[in-house]
Ligand binder design. Structure first.
Ligand code: GDG
Length: 468
């Protein structure tokens, strides 16, 4: 990408920019790229405003421009809480049982995308390269194309792409997939997601897929797998310098020679928290020697707490944690330490480092960055062991972890035991291999490869009209 091109990132939420490193994930990846080229970041402001008062604000921060749009409460309900989190999120995680489709919410989803496009179109320059993030914004490119914008526009899906049998249950699946074909490149987390997308396009719409080119609806686009990574060195530094290092020492003091398993997840039903808790109970049941000696620290900040499915899930998890504690706790030992608060990122790094086993067992996950952070925070001379779900995108390139089926509590419990018993030499060699993978494909490479592929994609052409 030459300097002549400005990078424009679009995501549901914008920022933070100043504390990007502390927020982690997408913020880090995007801020670096945008800062380099004086880019623009566009999205929802995180605020609601009464109808007619919802404003677009632009500000310059650290050499880049932030442009944010308010939503009305009604838009927030129908778009974000409604169609995005009550319908698309469960569907994309293969949970048809939790998927609630309401036509009115779809209309609000369309309308918010329309408003985003309306505001963004005014800010775009002819040579901009636009990178749109995630399922909240599928129709955005189509809306921009309607305004005759011909810029290169790429889309990255952070979640899994589900099988055609599941996607086909969504009433407006064709509308959404057709909208995707207004992009020039679609990036997925793994090659499995790419394959499922290609199969769906073939089966459901009679499209075709050859190599990285997929055709349907009279259009052609490029697809690819771009597994998102982390800033490995930075995360490692967090674990070994103040305050991460201090939190590590405090944790060690509190543990008093006990071993700790750690789980860190947004409180979401896709993350496999219930089975994990149950598996820990099974592990304790089978291994009385662990009693008094092992703790599971589960950090699970509340997310999407206004939705019923999330509130129900939280109650269930509270019960499950209490059940394991009620059954096994002694007056001087509580096996499950369960927090619903978010901790600072550097504290997390110290806690990962202090934990003998990282337990990352989502039922389905696009990638899962916690798995990568846990590995990066370890001491290479005496590393902990990662227990990882086969159904996290991260598993595709982290074969040196102990891979488990997250639906099988017995298997998770066995992996917990195996992790505890593992000799230092095996721990070191597995860790070394995992680190090699993390370094090979870090967050920098993720964004550079995506943007390079987008630049290479053929320039957009409108669908040729059939002669009458
Ligand atoms: C989506 C996809 C994909 C968690 N608790 C705290 C905290 N976190 C941080 C973690 C990690 C991030 O949040 C979570 O990232 P994940 O990748 O695990 O999961 P999602 O939030 O579901 O993200 C996922 C990702 O997008 C990127 O493409 O990997 O599959 O679902 O960085 O550390 N951070 C702080 N305190 C906490 O208590 N500071």
């Amino acid at each position: 990408m030459s300097r002549a091109h400005r990078l424009v990132a679009v995501s549901n939420r914008v920022g933070p920019v100043k504390g990007a490193a502390a927020a982690g994930g997408l913020a880090v990846a995007l801020v670096d790229a945008l800062r380099e080229r004086g880019g623009l970041w566009f999205g929802w402001s995180g605020r609601t405003a009464p109808p007619g008062k919802a404003r677009l604000r632009t500000e310059k921060v650290d050499g880049m421009t932030l442009a944010t749009l308010d939503l009305t409460q009604q838009e927030l309900d129908g778009f974000y809480n409604g169609f995005c989190n009550n319908c698309l999120w469960p569907l994309l995680h293969f949970r048809i049982d939790l998927t609630k489709f309401e036509r009115r919410q779809l209309e609000t989803y369309r309308r918010v995308n329309w408003r985003f496009a309306q505001a963004l179109a005014k800010l775009l320059r002819p040579d901009d390269v636009v990178w749109v993030h995630d399922f909240q914004l599928i129709p955005l490119a189509e809306e921009l194309r309607k305004r005759r914008l011909r810029q290169r526009i790429g889309f990255f899906l952070h979640t899994p792409f589900p099988p055609t049998e599941i996607l086909g249950t969504l009433p407006p699946h064709e509308e959404l997939m057709r909208a995707l074909f207004a992009y020039d490149l679609i990036g997925f987390q793994t090659t499995d997601d790419v394959r499922r997308f290609q199969e769906h396009v073939r089966h459901a719409y009679g499209g075709s897929a050859r190599g990285d080119t997929v055709s349907a609806f009279g259009r052609e686009l490029k697809v690819g797998a771009f597994p998102i990574g982390i800033d490995v060195d930075q995360f490692h530094r967090y674990a070994f310098t103040v305050p991460g290092n201090r939190e590590f020492s405090r944790m060690r003091q509190v543990l008093r020679g006990r071993d700790q398993f750690i789980g860190v997840d947004r409180l979401d039903y896709s993350k496999g928290l219930l089975r994990r808790m149950d598996a820990f109970g099974r592990y304790l049941e089978k291994h009385p020697k662990a009693h008094g000696n092992v703790i599971l620290l589960q950090v699970a900040p509340v997310s999407r707490g206004s939705l019923e499915s999330y509130r129900d899930f939280r109650l269930e998890l509270d019960r499950e944690a209490a059940r394991v504690n009620g059954r096994f706790a002694r007056f001087d030992w509580t096996p499950v330490h369960y927090l619903n608060r978010a901790l600072p990122r550097r504290t997390l790094a110290g806690l990962y480092r202090a934990s003998r086993v990282g337990v990352v067992t989502p039922m389905r996950d696009g990638m899962n960055l916690v798995a990568k952070e846990y590995v990066a925070a370890q001491d290479p001379a005496d590393p902990g062991v990662l227990v990882l779900s086969r159904f996290a995108g991260a598993a595709q390139r982290m074969k040196a972890a102990l891979l488990v089926n997250p639906y099988d509590g017995e298997e998770i419990a066995e992996a917990m035991h195996r992790a505890m018993e593992m000799r230092p030499q095996e721990r070191r060699s597995r860790h070394e291999e995992l680190m090699k993978g993390l370094n090979e494909y870090d967050v920098g490479r993720w964004r550079v490869e995506f943007v390079a592929a987008l630049m290479k994609a053929p320039a957009w052409r409108p669908v040729a009209r059939k002669p009458r």
